[in-house]
Design a protein around this ligand. Structure first.
Ligand code: 2AM
Ligand code: CA
Length: 276
């Protein structure tokens, strides 16, 4: 890929994230409809749908042959049929958007033949733009992000998500809540996976572990953490997929090995529990 193409992708991703965030903020001030997707704890609003439509139209106007994997899009085909795939979540943390009006984000990633090229996570309520381009480092509002502090596992502040997949719940409760929370300095749960991963890159959190996330929840955050010098894999240490559900472990590199060893989770443990 040419450097000029990479720059064009980055610029468009930043533009889309900012305009999507501004649209969410504007719509938040007016009444909007909230629907249940699968249950009362799985929400979608008219704003999620409108913002995603706006982002998709903007991308396809510039790059009509690119693919899009978006949370609210009814995507019928195989995402791998496209060389270049945009993985987007118009509002990551919809429940926070509805209840708190803070702690939600726009997440936009660009993958080319499975390789993460651009990741952008924008928090419109605080006007914080986290972004990274492959090989060019990670930034928060143009300030470089670099995970240079040597953090020990017992000094780490970690974050997790609720355990969406019922069958993954047991691993979540046994390993993350009971075992890990007692080992580290503290555990948090903010409710936007993309933002939590961006915070790992920024050193506000030292690590993020979660089961059963969707590709659009971690697609951008993963690139930002890696470009900041962090480690990102599944919870069993495998490379993260870019186009399907997965568990996620993203953290300061100083304790990554110790954390993997401490959890000692095998692919069989995951499979036995139907977890990802
Ligand atoms: P969302 O708000 O875009 O749905 C909350 O802890 C995190 O989990 C958010 O990133 C949220 O994304 C995501 N999430 C919500 N429902 C989910 C589900 N059923 N499966 C996986 N992730 C989900
Ligand atoms: Ca969403």
């Amino acid at each position: 890929m040419q450097a000029s193409t990479l720059t064009a992708l980055k610029e468009l991703a930043l533009h889309c994230a900012r305009s999507a965030g501004e649209l969410s903020l504007a719509r938040m001030k007016q009444p909007f409809t909230v629907e249940y997707k699968t249950s009362a704890s799985d929400l979608v609003t008219a704003v999620d749908k409108e913002v995603e439509k706006h982002v998709v139209e903007t991308i396809l106007r510039h790059f009509p042959d690119h693919g899009i994997l978006g949370e609210e899009s009814t995507f019928a085909g195989d995402p791998r049929q496209f060389d270049t795939l945009w993985v987007i979540d118009p509002i990551d943390g919809t429940t926070n958007f509805v209840h708190q009006q803070i702690n939600f984000s726009v997440s936009i990633a660009v993958y080319h033949k499975g390789e993460g090229l651009v990741g952008v996570v924008y928090d419109p309520s605080r006007d914080e733009m986290f972004y990274a381009t492959k090989g060019e480092g990670a930034y928060l509002n143009d300030q470089p992000l670099r995970l240079e502090r040597q953090v020990k596992l017992e000094e780490a502040l970690l974050c997790t998500s609720v355990f969406w997949n019922k069958r993954a719940e047991q691993i979540g409760i046994d390993l993350i809540v009971k075992k890990l929370a007692g080992k580290v300095r503290g555990m948090r749960l903010l409710g936007s996976a993309a933002l939590e991963m961006a915070y790992v890159a920024a050193g506000r959190l030292d690590g993020y572990v979660s089961l059963s996330l969707n590709a659009w929840d971690f697609g951008a955050g993963r690139i930002i953490v890696e470009e900041a010098g962090g480690r990102v894999t599944t919870m069993t240490g495998s490379p993260l997929p870019f186009d399907r559900k997965s568990s996620v472990m993203a953290c300061n590199p100083a304790f990554y090995e110790e954390l993997q060893h401490y959890l000692n989770l095998t692919e069989n443990d995951m499979a036995d529990n139907g977890a990802t």
